[in-house]
Design a protein around this ligand. Structure first.
Ligand code: OFO
Length: 182
């Protein structure tokens, strides 16, 4: 059972996760357009991660007997100045997501909603990993600078990133996550 405030805040967070997916989908398209297929693969994998985050929360709201209310998803930017710009914006966005999850956690604590608090811990732990990865990539891209050879090497490495989260939610999100070992 979720109280109204918590249910609304969770629905808003579903929207933020959907926007995250949309943002990385846009970055994937841009990377494709500039010939960086490995970067396109990296961002499309990130898109799937974010869809999983959104759907995991969607299922939680439903399982708690509350209403899912899907809000309009904003338009993400379509152009980026450079690969470094894409990752700088990725890190900026993830910091914003971390802050929104912290606010959500504060609300769950204030409302004494222990189930939601436990549920949100998974997201907050994920954010530490995401920000750390983004920081590492920004450091690499800064070192690469204007060296096209080094950039192509990183592009090849990014081409090997595989999707590890479930992508088919027709039988339920948690069931799919268990089957995928998440
Ligand atoms: Fe990129 O993070 Fe979702 O939660």
């Amino acid at each position: 059972m979720l109280n109204k405030k918590v249910a609304q805040a969770l629905n808003e967070q579903i929207n933020r996760e959907m926007y995250s997916a949309y943002l990385y989908m846009s970055m994937s398209a841009h990377a494709n357009n500039i010939g960086l297929k490995g970067f396109a693969n990296w961002f499309m994998s990130q898109y799937h991660e974010e869809m999983f985050h959104a759907m995991k929360m969607y299922e939680y709201v439903l399982r708690q007997g509350a209403r899912v209310k899907l809000l309009a998803v904003a338009e993400p930017p379509a152009e980026y100045a450079s690969p470094l710009d894409m990752f700088t914006k990725t890190l900026e966005h993830e910091r914003y997501i971390t802050a929104s999850l912290n606010t959500l956690m504060d609300l769950a604590i204030k409302e004494k909603d222990h189930a939601t608090k436990i549920f949100l811990e998974w997201y907050i732990t994920e954010q530490v990993e995401e920000e750390d990865n983004d920081n590492d990539i920004i450091t690499e891209l800064t070192l690469i600078g204007d060296n096209p050879h080094a950039l192509l090497m990183l592009d090849r490495e990014f081409a090997t990133r595989a999707v590890t989260v479930p992508t088919d939610f027709s039988k339920g999100v948690e069931a799919a996550a268990k089957a995928a070992g998440e």
